[in-house]
Design a protein around this ligand. Sequence first.
Ligand code: AMP
Length: 178
Amino acid sequence: MSLPAELEALLRNRIRDVPDWPTAGVVFKDIAPLLADPVTFRAAIDALAELVRAEPVDKVAGIEARGFILGAPLAYACGVGFVPVRKAGKLPGDLVSASYSLEYGTATVEVQVDAFAAGDRILIVDDVLATGGTAAAAVDLVRRAGAEVVGFAVLIELEFLAGRDQLPDVPVHSLLQL
Ligand code: AMP
């Protein structure tokens, strides 16, 4: 989806580049200024909500941790439920897990087995799509928990890392391409 130029400029101005963080060579996209400004926070959630209006969903699944910050108000605004996709070891009860590769080593994300009803239509949300490993693991997790992934929505897509190539059969919606 393409944003009105004025809104795009507003959002871009509230994203801070932090060079060489958390490791050398990475430019961290810090969305704290965008979240702290009520105008841009609302604008970002409203723009993401437009996606949900175009594609009806039953639940929003947010990826820990910044996917919670965006996904929970998005679910609330759309009148649907929210499911946290959490890092390993945070959730009680019976879980579904998916592991994925990071630059060094692996990480695991989890949801509770009863998080979704069979066939639920799920929109997965995160703040940044980089290499796509996190998003692909979340898609795998939601599907193995018995639900259907109808889209992956992010505030920022780092196009040079080609993360959407890891999600060949999932519609990817990014508000900003940086
Ligand atoms: P990836 O699995 O490589 O697509 O990384 C995506 C996850 O890592 C998201 O949950 C982001 O919050 C975080 N992330 C990766 N790269 C960045 C970046 N340059 N700036 C901010 N967050 C990032």
